[in-house]
Design a protein around this ligand. Sequence first.
Ligand SMILES: Cc1cc2nc3c(=O)[nH]c(=O)nc-3n(C[C@H](O)[C@H](O)[C@H](O)COP(=O)(O)O)c2cc1C
Length: 325
Amino acid sequence: MKTRITELFGIQHPIIQGGMHFVGLAEMASAVSNAGGLGIITGLTQRTPENLAKEIARCREMTDKPFGVNLTFLPAITPPDYPGFVKTIIDGGVKVVETAGNNPQKWLPALKEAGVKVIHKCTSVRHSLKAEAIGCDAVSVDGFECGGHPGEDDVPNFVLLPRAAEELKIPFVASGGVANARQLVAALALGAEGINMGTRFMATKEAPIHDNVKQAIVAASELDTRLVMRPLRNTERVLANAAVDRLLEKERALGANLKFEDIVEEVGGVYPKIMNDGEMDAGVWSCGMVVGLIHDVPTCKALIDGIMSEAEALIRQRLVGLAAS
Ligand SMILES: Cc1cc2nc3c(=O)[nH]c(=O)nc-3n(C[C@H](O)[C@H](O)[C@H](O)COP(=O)(O)O)c2cc1C
C-alpha cells in the first residue's frame, strides 16, 4: 500500500511504532523496520548522546531499513542534552525524527538541513496546524484513547482525525487506540495516511520488555486504563494497578494542592522496574485503551503482515462491495 507517509519515509507499509520510554530500544525499532514499518528508538531512554549513538549503531546492525528516533521535549529543571541528541541523530545518519511534547521549532533548521524528516506528535488540531506552519513534514494525531499523554482537550480520534483532515495540508497518521486492520482502514477513510501504534507493539515477541508486561496487556480490557496527573495538567493514560490506586487516592486527598513531589514515588524512575524486572505494581506506566483489542503476542512481522493483508481484503471485499450495492 502506497500513501504519502510510505513515500515520505521510504517504507513499505504505512505503520509507525511510536517512541516508548524503555521499550523503544534497537530490538523493537529494528523488528518493526524489518517488517516494513517505521521503527523508532526512544532518545531519552538512552540518557546521554553517547549512549544514543551506540543504540543507533546497534539498530543499524540489526536492519538496513529506515528507522527513526523519538525526541520528547519535557519541562525539566535540568533539561536533557537536547543539542547533543540532535547532533547525534544527524551524525548517526538517521533520517526520521518523531518529536513530541513541546514545540520542536528550535531544532528544525538543523534537522532539515541534514535532510531529516520530522513527524511531530500532537493531541489537537491547533497544535497540528502549528507543526505544519513551522515546517514539520508530517503529524501524528494522537487521540484521547492513546497510551501516554493525551493532552487536556479529550477529543477522541473519531472526531479528531476528520477534523485534522479538514485543516491540514501535510500528511498525518492516526495515533492512539489502533491495533488492527479494521482501524487502519477506518483511519485511511478518516483522512489519515497511516497509523502509529504504541501499546500494540509492546505485546510483540521482539519488544525488549519483561513478559509480565506483555501478559498484563493481553489480560486487560478496554476498561482497565486510568488517567493520572490531571490536576497537574500533565495527564497520562496508564494501566490500572496498585500504584495507580495509591496515586489517585493522593490526588483525591490533596485536590488543588497536589504537587509533583507528592507522587514522585509512583511516577519517578519506575520504568526500569516495570519494563526490565516485571514488577507490575512498582509504579504507573503508559498504556492505551487499545489493550481491549490485544489478545496475543505475535512477532512484529506477523502483526504487520496480518494488518496489511486484512486491510486490503477489507477494502477490496467489504468496502468496494458496499459501494457497488
Ligand atoms: C509504555 C509507553 C511509553 C511511551 N513513551 C513515550 C515517550 O517517551 N515519548 C513519546 O513521545 N511517546 C511515548 N508514548 C506514546 C506512544 O509513542 C504513542 O503515541 C501512543 O502509545 C499511541 O497510543 P496507543 O498506545 O493507543 O497506540 C509511550 C507509550 C507507551 C505505551
